[in-house]
Design a protein around this ligand. Structure first.
Ligand code: GDP
Ligand code: MN
Ligand code: MN
Length: 253
């Protein structure tokens, strides 16, 4: 069966208090089994998960980092406030977020929002995705999977792609371990990050600038089974350990 990809067009500029599920359901007819990707920036705008830079009072650490990166110390303070710990301070801040995601500038965004404000990533992204799925069921009658996405950089490669920040109605990973390949060899390590693959395609459809397409529906992706351990546990992440060893950044708190 072919997979259909439907951009959700015609959405307004989202403001705090907007009913995102109702707005989306008014633009696209959802059916059971669809997967809806929504940009975290837009989820956060609707949820009021924003900060005004004027209200971010930079502390000593933010001022010191901002002097190195050349950024606004108030912006760096917002980034530190979202971070559980830091891996790098410069040339850019690389943060570990409370829910496990590791992102440049803690995923705090200054684009696609009114000047003077910053957009934060959802604090509890799994809950954000589940809440939107519940609201979509209420307004559309369809039980859909939801992936909350953000545009992120990667290690080793230039260029950003969409990543899954939160998900509901699916497992993050499709686990191939124990299955056999074309030649009957047992797969021992293959775990596919399906939510990131879908988020990557959604990001392609959304774009980064003024397309105004913050949500994308995927129809016809066959269900999969696996698990939700998308993030390496402490001690498993070789890159993170190596960076921490080389840079030995002072703990945040
Ligand atoms: P992020 O990847 O979650 O940081 O989100 P982006 O800022 O890259 O935006 C992704 C897509 O959503 C782009 O097509 C933007 O033009 C669009 N977008 C962002 N904010 C809004 C909004 O308030 N309303 C609409 N209709 N589109 C938006
Ligand atoms: Mn973003
Ligand atoms: Mn983006």
């Amino acid at each position: 069966m072919p997979i259909t990809v439907i951009p959700v067009e015609g959405l307004p500029l989202i403001r705090p208090g907007d009913d995102l599920a109702r707005l989306i359901a008014a633009q696209v007819e959802l059916v059971d089994g669809d997967i809806l990707c929504v940009a975290s920036s837009v989820w956060s705008k609707a949820a009021g998960n924003l900060r005004s830079l004027d209200e971010c009072v930079p502390g000593d650490r933010a001022i010191a980092i901002a002097a190195k990166t050349g950024e606004d110390p108030r912006f760096i303070q917002a980034v530190l406030d979202e971070s559980e710990s830091l891996i790098l301070e410069h040339p850019f801040v690389l943060s570990v977020l409370p829910h496990g995601h590791i992102g440049v500038r803690a995923g705090v965004d200054q684009s696609n929002v009114d000047g003077g404000q910053v957009i934060l990533l959802p604090r509890d992204p799994l809950n954000a995705a589940a809440g939107l799925a519940d609201s979509l069921l209420e307004v559309s009658g369809a039980r859909v999977g939801v992936i909350v996405t953000d545009t992120c950089g990667r290690s080793f490669r230039r260029g950003q792609t969409g990543h899954a920040i939160g998900w509901s109605g699916m497992t993050a990973i499709r686990d191939f371990r124990g299955e056999t390949d074309l030649f009957g060899h047992e797969l021992k390590i293959t775990e596919e990050a399906v939510v990131d693959e879908i988020a990557g395609f959604a990001n392609l459809v959304m774009g980064e600038s003024d397309a105004g397409v913050p949500a994308v529906v995927f129809r016809g992706i066959p269900p999969w089974t696996g698990h939700d351990d998308l993030y390496w546990r402490e001690g498993e992440d070789l890159i993170r350990e190596a960076l921490c060893r080389v840079h030995s950044v002072r703990p945040l708190r």
